[in-house]
Design a protein around this ligand. Structure first.
Ligand code: NAP
Length: 295
């Protein structure tokens, strides 16, 4: 049985991190200081702590400064907004990232809207979301940006390809659909209320799964030769899966049908962090009226 080409996100991300380090060094030489990312983590969610730790290490590895702000789980919404406003005003801070999810008593929309759009390295502020859908220069959210970069390693031209995105979250599914539309794909967004999802998937040249449902996508959902990008990061305690992180795609069966597939781990995850470095450098340049760096 033919095996799909594995899309090596870890290697592609390593190349982007090297390029980020070059750009950061050049920029630091020009502006006299390292570009800086401030991250805010509220509470003690274990996975969020791991992500924030990885983001800080990636910044250090590329020569970016990072400020790691930790707030207690019971911080008030007003207290968090005040912290963000301080960072908005701080000229030493280029990018601001608030780690999601936030505790239930905090309205995430209000928090994201409080970030200066020019420092919004996640690209989640409504102004940046609107600019993305309008085809204007913006800050492209990290995970969707990473997915598109992986797709472009397989397809020189995405024009006219049919793409299905499983999931409609504001952080992955919707911005990814916007990027694919902008790349001239014909896009379907499927979600938990969509009937006949397997049939929709089987018609698609590109299938991107961002559902948080481990192993949802089976071989029978995939058009032979299609490109499959697995965004899912699902912790499993299933001993059959080695108690490790798995994606939304049943990798073993799907890789016998797909033309190319991104693995979990080692696919989209490292790309997300690499794209965060790129976005931090982008906002650092734009804030100073410098040309966008190329990555
Ligand atoms: P989310 O906010 O929970 O959204 C999940 C989406 O999947 C929802 O739109 C939901 O539909 C849809 N869905 C659920 N079951 C479905 C089904 N059977 N068929 C089709 N759609 C279905 O999750 P998220 O934040 O977008 O994250 C999705 C996954 O990506 C998670 O595993 C997360 O850990 C992972 N992730 C990875 C990275 C990375 O860097 N690799 C970054 C972010 C997220 P409804 O809207 O109808 O509920």
């Amino acid at each position: 049985m033919a095996q799909a080409t594995i899309i090596d996100g870890a290697a592609i991300a390593a190349g982007l991190r090297r390029r980020a380090a070059e750009v950061a060094a050049k920029l630091a030489g020009e502006i006299g200081t390292a570009p800086a990312l401030a991250t805010i983590l509220v509470g003690e969610d274990r996975a969020s702590q791991v992500y924030i730790g990885a983001k800080g290490r990636a910044c250090a590895g590329a020569g970016l400064a990072s400020f790691d702000i930790r707030l207690p789980a019971d911080v008030s919404e007003g207290g968090l907004v005040a912290e963000i406003e301080k960072l908005n005003r701080d000229d030493c801070v280029d990018g601001i990232l608030v780690q999601l999810p936030l505790p239930r008593h905090i309205n995430a929309h209000r928090i994201i809207s409080g970030i200066d759009p020019a420092k919004d390295v996640d690209g989640f502020h409504p102004v940046n979301v609107g600019r993305l859908w309008s085809g204007l220069p913006t800050i492209v959210p990290c995970t969707p940006q990473g997915c598109l970069r992986l797709l472009r390693t397989v397809h020189d031209d995405l024009t006219g390809l049919g793409a299905v995105v499983l999931g409609r979250s504001n952080i992955v599914g919707k911005p990814l659909a916007a990027l694919l539309v902008a790349a001239d794909c014909t896009v379907t967004i499927a979600h938990s209320k969509t009937p006949d999802t397997p049939e929709i998937c089987r018609r698609s040249d590109i299938l991107i799964a961002a559902t948080g449902r481990p192993g949802l996508v089976k071989a029978g959902w995939v058009r032979p030769g299609a490109t499959v990008i697995d965004v899912g990061i699902n912790a499993t305690t299933d001993p059959a899966r080695g108690g490790r992180v798995v994606g939304d795609v049943d990798f073993t069966s799907v890789s016998t049908v797909a033309g190319a597939i991104s693995p979990v781990p080692g696919g989209v995850g490292p790309m997300t962090i690499a794209c965060l470095l790129l976005n931090t450098l982008l906002v650092a340049c734009r804030r100073r009226g410098l040309a966008d760096p190329t990555f």
